[in-house]
Write a protein that binds this ligand. Structure first.
Ligand code: ATP
Length: 306
């Protein structure tokens, strides 16, 4: 069932057309990645879903409710959240719960659930000003899901963090599946591939594609074979001989030849014979799985050429 439905959302800021007829469907219980380069329109769409700004045209629904009735159904974490540095996490969550209109006992019960879920129980009574970037983001997620929203909107939640901070935030986001539907933006492909089930790619205000990540990798990106040689001379000799066999190939890191898996299987016998005839000794043969980066670069390039 769709938790979020976007119907032809457009947004214009005076001279800038930030979103152009964006339509999307987000499945209930999914971690949905909204991927795009800087300036593509990610924050604009998230702010529309959080009801912080109005679309110029188009509409959306959350859990079947029309957009003017969705504010309480969402939690939101801004790209650069700022919290009172003199408050502790517990104080901030109590304060936020009051703003959400929750009862005192409800707030305390929820804080006891969220502090361990978000990995901040040990620091719950320390000043937020002393927190690391990763702790601030995890506290921000706790605040965003405090009132048990149907959807949590996370704007680049891990992009500004160091590798450990990113890992902890992404692990937490993966766990949110049991709590709520997650809609997160990022320009970091690896983060989206690590934690999301589905992805939509946005470029220049338009959706380029939307798909389940595994299906996307399966149908859009070709697996590659890497042939590893001992030196660059052997690799470049192989490169020329593969071209003679009409096998498209490229050299990586001077000693490695990359060809498509399809070509490898179709011409396996010829390739092996060529290597043997010319005394080109293989040190390794590896299959390289496609990554979301391959798909993303392919679509962004295609769009720029269109
Ligand atoms: N308040 C505003 N007034 C005018 N133009 C704006 C405003 N906010 C955003 N824009 C423009 O709209 C476009 C989309 O911006 P947006 O912040 O939504 O992109 P983004 O994908 O979130 O980028 P980033 O990854 O850099 O945060 C950009 O060209 C941006 O300059």
């Amino acid at each position: 069932m769709a938790m979020i439905e976007l119907d032809s959302i457009s947004k214009r800021y005076r001279t800038v057309q930030a979103l152009k007829n964006v339509s999307l469907s987000v499945r209930e219980g999914s971690v949905f990645g909204f991927l795009g380069p800087n300036g593509a329109g990610k924050t604009t769409l998230i702010r529309i879903l959080a009801r912080l700004i109005e679309p110029t045209s188009g509409s959306f629904s959350i859990d079947g409710k029309a957009m003017h009735h969705t504010k309480r159904l969402v939690g939101y974490l801004a790209q650069q959240p700022t919290f009172y540095p003199w408050m502790s996490a517990r104080e901030l969550l109590r304060f936020s719960g009051t703003l959400y209109g929750m009862s005192f006992s409800e707030i305390e019960k929820r804080i006891d659930e969220l502090l361990p879920l978000c990995g901040i129980q040990m620091a719950a009574d320390r000043r937020i000003g002393e927190y690391s970037g990763g702790m601030v983001q995890r506290l921000g997620i706790a605040q965003a899901i405090l009132h048990r929203p149907k959807v949590v909107l996370l704007d680049e939640p891990a992009s500004a963090l160091d590798p450990i901070g990113r890992r902890d935030v992404l692990t937490l986001i993966g766990r949110l599946r049991e709590e709520t539907t997650v809609f997160m933006s990022s320009h970091i492909l690896e983060d989206i591939q690590r934690v999301c089930d589905e992805v939509a790619i946005i470029a220049d205000g338009s959706i380029v594609l939307q798909q389940n990540i595994q299906a996307l990798l399966g149908c859009h990106a070709r697996p590659l074979m890497r042939l590893q040689f001992k030196d660059s001379f052997t690799a470049s000799t192989c490169k020329a001989l593969l071209a003679d066999l009409s096998v498209e190939n490229s050299i990586e890191e001077a000693t490695c030849i990359v060809i498509s898996e399809t070509d490898y299987h179709a011409k396996h016998a010829k390739i092996m014979r060529m290597l043997s005839d010319h005394g080109l000794q293989l040190l390794g043969l590896y299959k390289q799985n496609a990554t979301l980066e391959d798909v993303f670069m392919h679509h962004i390039k295609e769009r720029n050429h269109a």
